[in-house]
Write a protein that binds this ligand. Sequence first.
Ligand SMILES: Nc1ncnc2c1ncn2[C@@H]1O[C@H](COP(=O)(O)OP(=O)(O)OP(=O)(O)O)[C@@H](O)[C@H]1O
Ligand SMILES: [Mg+2]
Length: 314
Amino acid sequence: MPMIQTINLTKRYGELMALSNLNLEIERGDCFGFIGPNGAGKTTCIKILSTLLKPTWGEARIDGLSVGPVNARQVRSVIGYVPDYFGSYDNMVVQEYLEFFAASYNIHGDKRKQVIGDVLDLTDLAYKIDAEVNSLSRGMQQRLSVARVLLHDPKVLLLDEPASGLDPRARIEMRELLKELHRMGKTILISSHILLELADLCNRVGIIEQGELKYNGTMQDILDRAQSGAVLHVAVTQRTEQAAQLISQLPGVTAADITNNHIRITVAPDHAGHQHTAAIAQKLVTEGYALTRLEEEKVNLESAFMRLTKGLVQ
Ligand SMILES: Nc1ncnc2c1ncn2[C@@H]1O[C@H](COP(=O)(O)OP(=O)(O)OP(=O)(O)O)[C@@H](O)[C@H]1O
Ligand SMILES: [Mg+2]
C-alpha cells in the first residue's frame, strides 16, 4: 500500500482545472519531488492531501486512509504540513510558539519539554528559543515551520516550497535538514520550481503542468534524460564534408552539420555516451581521417531541466 496515493484527483475552479485526474503513488520512505511552474497545481494538491481543501472529484489517500472529513483527524496525526507562507502571532517567542502547537497536538508535561528540545536540536534552533518568532530570518522561520510539524512525529511530511525565499546557504541547510528527516524514515513530498535543487534529495520526481502530471519516475531517470541527446564537435584535417556525410550515416546520429570548419554532431538520447563518442572517433580513424578535435559538449543541466519541465517530457 503506497503511503500517499491520489486517484483521478481533480480540482476545478469554475472553468479552470487546477488539478486534472492526478494519479500519484508515493511509497513509504520515498522522498518525492513535486516540480512545476507557477500555477501548475502543486499547492492545490498539497492542500488536498493536508485535508484543507476538498477535491472536485477523485480521491486522496494517506497511509491507507481516505483523506476527507471522516478521517481528517486521523490523517492530520499522520502528516506534517509546511505551508508556503509562514504565519505567527506578534510578540510570540520560539518557545511559546512550539508550546502552543505541542499543546494542540495534546503533548503535555515532560514529554512536551523533551519533544520541543528534540525538534529544536534537529532544526538547529535551540539557541533561538527566546527569540521573537517575527524577528527570525526567513530561513530560520522556515526551519521553525518544519520544527513545528515534527512535534507529533508524523510519518509523512508535505512541504510546499520550503526553500523559497531562502539564500543559497539557507537552502543548503534546509536540504540537509530534509535529508536527515528522510534518513529517519519519513515519507516526504516536497514541491519546488527547480528540479535541480532536489536532485540530491529526492529519489522520485513528478512534473506537473497546468494540473496534469507530465512525468513521473525516478530522479536517476530524469537526470539521465536531461544529460542525454548529447552534442559532439569533431574536426578533421581534410575532406570535412565527406567525414560529415560518413558520420551522418552512423547509428544513433541524428544530424552532422558543418559549422566553423568543424562537424557538429547530434546524438539520439538512447545512444549518447562516451562509448558512442569513441565509436565515432574509431570509425573516422579507420576510414583514414586525422582527427584534430573531438569534444563532447558539456550539458548545461539547468537548461536541460528547463527544457524537460517545459513539457517536452512525454
Ligand atoms: N481559490 C482559488 N480560486 C480560483 N483559482 C484558484 C484558487 N486557488 C488556486 N487557483 C488556481 O489554480 C491553479 C493552480 O494553483 P496552485 O496554487 O495550486 O499552483 P502552484 O503550482 O502551487 O503554483 P506556485 O508555484 O505559484 O505556488 C492556478 O491557476 C491558480 O490561479
Ligand atoms: Mg504553490
